[in-house]
Design a protein around this ligand. Structure first.
Ligand SMILES: [Zn+2]
Length: 181
């Protein structure tokens, strides 16, 4: 499960969505049905069981960081030095879609799943460049998350209360004004 104790509304919402049991079940099915991933030596049935087990038993803490270089293009990262933490670039939160955040959380969680595999096994896209890696474990899971929200929109309507929308609009306006100063 994903856990966030901060007070950024959009992150709270993304974490709540990332924790949907039906989303997890969908991803597990998609992984199980997939052909073996690129840059992996683990079969997908084993990986799908690992996902389910880690999702149920382990906690992934979501933390926001602000990179020294304000315009860094990274949306977030995962580091084995803090294996149970997902880092999200605080400067990116306003500009990316909530589904992208959910997808990012799952991508980084799958780095954790890889980290926990027994010695000698891996399912990991390696360096940060995403080029040519669409069929690796983590990038495939990104796709599954998007398709979940596209195809099941009706049954999983994501509801944002009107006052949150107004508040977000004001925050967005303020950030625009600030950028003009
Ligand atoms: Zn990655």
């Amino acid at each position: 499960m994903f856990k966030y104790t901060g007070n950024i509304e959009k992150i709270k919402d993304a974490v709540e969505m990332a924790n949907y049991k039906t989303l997890c079940a969908d991803i597990v099915e998609d992984v199980k049905d997939s052909v073996d991933y690129d840059m992996s030596n683990v079969n997908t049935e084993y990986l799908s069981a690992e996902i389910l087990m880690r999702f149920d038993a382990d906690i992934m803490n979501v933390e926001i960081y602000y990179p020294r270089y304000r315009y860094s293009s990274a949306m977030g990262y995962y580091s084995k030095s803090k294996p149970n933490t997902i880092h999200i670039n605080g400067y990116k939160i306003n500009s990316i879609h909530i589904y992208e955040l959910v997808s990012l959380l799952w991508h980084e969680f799958c780095h954790y799943v890889d980290y926990k595999l027994p010695d000698g096994y891996y399912a990991n896209h390696g360096s940060n460049s995403s080029k040519g890696k669409a069929y690796t474990f983590q990038y495939s899971v990104n796709r599954y998350v998007y398709s979940y929200f596209d195809y099941k929109k009706e049954t999983n309507t994501y509801y944002i209360p009107w006052y949150k929308k107004v508040l977000r609009w004001f925050k967005w306006m303020i950030s625009k004004l600030e950028s003009l100063l």
